[in-house]
Design a protein around this ligand. Structure first.
Ligand code: ADP
Length: 150
C-alpha cells in the first residue's frame, strides 16, 4: 500500500490544497491529510472546523483520511506507516523552504517528499489570502474546495 501524508496547517483548507490531494490520489493508494497542531500558533479556524471543512471536501473519497498531529512531521509519517510526504509548490518563494525541509526529512528518516506544482489558476491562493478576505467580509466560497460550506 503506497501511503503519503499531506501535512499543513490548513487554516483553512483551500481549493489549492484540494487540487494537490486530488492529483496525489493518482500517485498514492491512500493520503492522510495531517493537520499540524501548534499550540503557540494562533489560528483563525479552530481544529474542529478545519477538520470539518476537509471532511466535507472528501466525503466521497474513502482513500483520503484526516488526522491532527502534534509531533514532528517525520514522526507522524512513521506513525501512519507512510513512506512519502506530499507537498504543493506555488512559486519560487515556496521552493527554498520546501527544498530545505524535504532534504532534512529525507536525511533524518528516509521519508521522500513528492512535490506537485500548483495548477496555474490556483497559484495565488493561500490560507493567508483567504483569512485576509474573511477579515474584510468578502465571499471566499470560490477559494474553498467544491461543495464546502463554512
Ligand atoms: P504550511 O503551514 O506547512 O505551509 P499550508 O497549510 O500553508 O501549510 O500548506 C500545506 C501545503 O500545501 C504546502 O506544501 C503548501 O505549499 C501547499 N499549498 C498551499 N496553497 C497551495 C496552492 N494554492 N496550490 C498548491 N499547493 C498549495
Amino acid at each position: 500500500m503506497k501511503r503519503a501524508i499531506f501535512p499543513g496547517s490548513f487554516d483553512p483548507f483551500t481549493i489549492g490544497h484540494y487540487s494537490v490531494v486530488k492529483r496525489g490520489l493518482a500517485l498514492f493508494d491512500e493520503i492522510v491529510i495531517g493537520i499540524g497542531v501548534n499550540q503557540a500558533k494562533k489560528n483563525l479556524f479552530p481544529l474542529e472546523k478545519r477538520i470539518d471543512i476537509i471532511r466535507q471536501a472528501f466525503k466521497d473519497e474513502p482513500r483520503v483520511k484526516i488526522k491532527a498531529y502534534t509531533s514532528l512531521t517525520i514522526d507522524f509519517a512513521r506513525e501512519e506507516d507512510a513512506a512519502f510526504i506530499l507537498r504543493g509548490l506555488r512559486s519560487v518563494s515556496d521552493f527554498e523552504y520546501e527544498h530545505t525541509v524535504a532534504d532534512a526529512n529525507q536525511k533524518l528518516s528516509g521519508v521522500e517528499t513528492i512535490i506537485l506544482f500548483t495548477e496555474a489558476q490556483y497559484s495565488f491562493i493561500s490560507s493567508t489570502v483567504v483569512r485576509d478576505l474573511i477579515a474584510y467580509g468578502k465571499d471566499i466560497s470560490a477559494f474553498l474546495p467544491p461543495d464546502v460550506k463554512i
